[in-house]
Design a binder for this molecule. Structure first.
Ligand code: SF4
Length: 326
């Protein structure tokens, strides 16, 4: 039986966080100097991840996105990707990364059947990039992007969290950059996830206004893009560029939600913007059977909330974005 939640939404997509750790400290996600991460012993092992995803696949899930923190800091990640790509029913395996280590792993990820990449990139200015990420090196990200393209990844989606007074003025530059390199561009609104997310919310930009601003410079044609994500796309006339707008606050997309999130420690979060969860790790380590695991997961989906309450209760979510990935 497919996983259908109380609102009639079919859950076919799992965002899989393989670590809460990251090699950057984007100010809107992880506090500078943050060290209070989960211990590796608390992470699901590759075998446990494979078991859970296999069961999800038997329940109709066909899309897996590997996220973090930063997934490339987890050792032997291409091996896990290879194993997940072999699972019956999984037809789409993608990965979100900050690309700092992508130059090293691009070819191995491609060979491991990762089909699509999303790369976080909030600025094209090396100094500003360094400030936003608390020390990140932009040239490493650029090297990673070029290595991914050379490895044959397409489309490569650029994810930019647009923030007032921080990088909002770069929207047009990012459009030009993506036209030049053949990337897809997605602008994302800030979300009040944890204290860091609430700090970033002070720089909130309504993406409807950015779309209007871009429409003054480009002819924007409403369009679609493959992938189970929430972005609303336009195409820039005369180019291959598609721009996506991910607008959880100004125009949420919860009615068509098709996903849940599995954190590195085996916590199944039913909604990014809520705290409803099911702890799978203790059950896995107590020897739960696959059939029992299906019952537990189905039971969890029956508790899936209708939507986030980021606007109504901006202080509700205490966990950082890095715990589940976006
Ligand atoms: S906020 Fe929750 S309900 Fe809305 S799209 Fe995200 S996960 Fe789905």
């Amino acid at each position: 039986m497919p996983l259908i939640d109380p609102f009639g939404r079919t859950i076919e997509y799992v965002r899989l966080s393989v670590t809460d750790r990251c090699d950057l400290r984007c100010f809107y996600c992880l506090p500078k100097g943050f060290k209070d991460f989960e211990e590796p012993a608390e992470w699901l092992t590759f075998h446990e991840i494979e078991r859970v995803i296999k069961v999800f696949a038997e329940l109709g899930v066909n899309r897996i996105r590997i996220t973090g923190g930063e997934p490339l800091v987890r050792k032997n990640l291409p091996e896990l990707a290879q194993r997940l790509s072999q699972l019956p029913g999984i037809t789409d395996l993608s990965l979100s990364t900050n690309a700092v280590q992508l130059k090293r792993y691009a070819r191995a990820l491609k060979q491991a059947n990762v089909t699509r990449l999303n790369v976080s990139l909030d600025s094209l200015d090396p100094e500003r990039f360094k400030t936003i990420t608390n020390g990140g090196k932009l040239d490493k990200v650029m090297d990673g992007l070029m290595a991914a393209r050379a490895a044959g990844f397409s489309p490569i989606k650029i994810n930019t969290v647009l923030m007032q007074g921080i990088n909002e003025d770069e929207a047009e530059d990012l459009v030009a950059f993506c036209i030049e390199h053949g990337f897809t561009l997605r602008f994302i609104e800030t979300m009040p996830m944890g204290e860091t997310g609430r700090e970033a919310a002070k720089h909130y930009v309504d993406l409807q206004k950015i779309r209007q601003r871009l429409a003054e410079k480009y002819e924007l044609i409403p369009g679609v893009m493959p992938g189970g994500g929430p972005a609303r796309y336009v195409q820039v006339a005369g180019t291959e560029l598609r721009i996506g707008f991910i607008t959880p606050l100004s125009q949420h997309f919860c009615e068509t939600c098709n996903r849940v999130r599995l954190a590195a420690d085996g916590t199944l979060y039913l909604c990014l913007g809520q705290s409803d969860k099911v702890e799978l790790r203790p059950l896995l380590r107590e020897g739960i059977s696959d059939e029992q695991l299906k019952q537990v997961i189905s039971g969890g989906i029956a508790l899936k909330p209708a939507r986030h309450e980021f606007n109504e209760k901006p202080r509700q979510i205490v966990r950082f974005m890095s715990m589940t990935g976006g």
